[in-house]
Design a protein around this ligand. Structure first.
Ligand SMILES: Cc1cc2nc3c(=O)[nH]c(=O)nc-3n(C[C@H](O)[C@H](O)[C@H](O)COP(=O)(O)O)c2cc1C
Length: 200
C-alpha cells in the first residue's frame, strides 16, 4: 500500500471479527514499533503482547466495568484477537541521559522539556497502527483508565519502572462498524486554522 493510502485509510476500528490475525503481521508491527524515533536512542520502551483468548479476556476483565455485560463499544473491542500494551520507562531515559555523551548525571527531571519516554512510545504505537492498516487489518488505540492501571500491572506482572501508555488492539475489522468514534461526530479542523506560517 502507498504510504499516503496507509495514512488516509488508518481509522480506529472498534468492532472486530474473531478471525485470527497472522502472527507474522503482529511480529512486523512490533518490529516496526522499535523503528520509531526515540530520544538519545534510549529505546526505553517495551511491549506487552496479549494474543491468546485467555490473556485477552483477562485484560478486559481487569480494565472493563462489566466485561460479562459489554456495551456496543466493549463488545466490539473485546473481539480483537490481539492486544498490545506499549510501555514506557522514564527510568531508562534518565539513565541513558546520565551517560557521558549526554551528561545529565543529576538525572533531574526538570531538564526534560516534555516526557520523551511517553512521546517515543506513542510514536511506536502509531507505527503499529499503520502496520496493521498496511496489511489490511483494523486497529485501535485507547487509554487505560487510571483506576484500572494497578490491576493491569498485577494481572500481567508489569514491572514498576515501566508504564503502559495505552492499548493497541489489532484484528480483522467486522463487517459492521460497531460503536461510533468521535471522528464520526466532529468535523476535521481545516488546515487554515491549524498552520501558522511565519508567525502565529
Ligand atoms: C491517546 C488516545 C486515546 C484514545 N482513547 C480512545 C478511547 O478510549 N476510546 C475510543 O474509542 N477511541 C479512543 N481513541 C481514538 C480516537 O477517538 C480517534 O483516534 C479519533 O477520534 C480520530 O479518529 P481516527 O483515529 O479513526 O481517525 C484514542 C486515541 C488516542 C490517540
Amino acid at each position: 500500500m502507498e504510504f499516503q493510502d496507509v495514512v488516509r485509510r488508518r481509522k480506529m476500528v472498534r468492532n472486530y471479527s474473531t478471525e485470527p490475525v497472522d502472527p507474522d503481521i503482529v511480529d512486523l508491527a512490533l518490529r516496526n514499533a522499535t523503528r520509531a524515533p526515540n530520544a538519545g536512542f534510549s529505546q526505553g520502551w517495551a511491549f506487552l503482547l496479549l494474543d491468546t483468548p485467555e490473556d485477552v479476556a483477562r485484560f478486559w476483565d481487569v480494565t472493563a466495568d462489566d466485561a460479562a455485560h459489554p456495551d456496543t463499544w466493549l463488545a466490539g473491542m473485546m473481539k480483537a484477537p490481539v492486544v498490545i500494551l506499549p510501555c514506557s520507562s522514564k527510568a531508562a531515559y534518565l539513565r541513558r541521559y546520565a551517560e557521558g555523551d549526554k551528561g545529565w548525571t543529576d538525572q533531574d527531571e526538570a531538564r526534560w522539556p516534555k516526557p520523551f519516554w511517553d512521546m517515543d512510545t506513542a510514536m511506536a504505537a502509531l507505527l503499529m497502527l499503520q502496520t496493521a492498516t498496511d496489511h489490511g487489518l483494523g486497529s485501535c488505540f485507547i487509554g487505560i483508565p487510571p483506576v484500572r492501571e494497578d490491576a493491569v500491572r498485577a494481572a500481567f506482572a508489569i514491572p514498576d519502572d515501566f508504564d503502559p501508555v495505552g492499548v493497541v488492539t489489532i484484528g480483522h475489522a467486522a463487517e459492521t462498524v460497531g460503536a461510533a468514534g468521535s471522528s464520526t461526530k466532529r468535523p476535521r479542523k481545516p488546515m487554515d486554522g491549524l498552520v501558522h506560517r511565519g508567525r502565529w
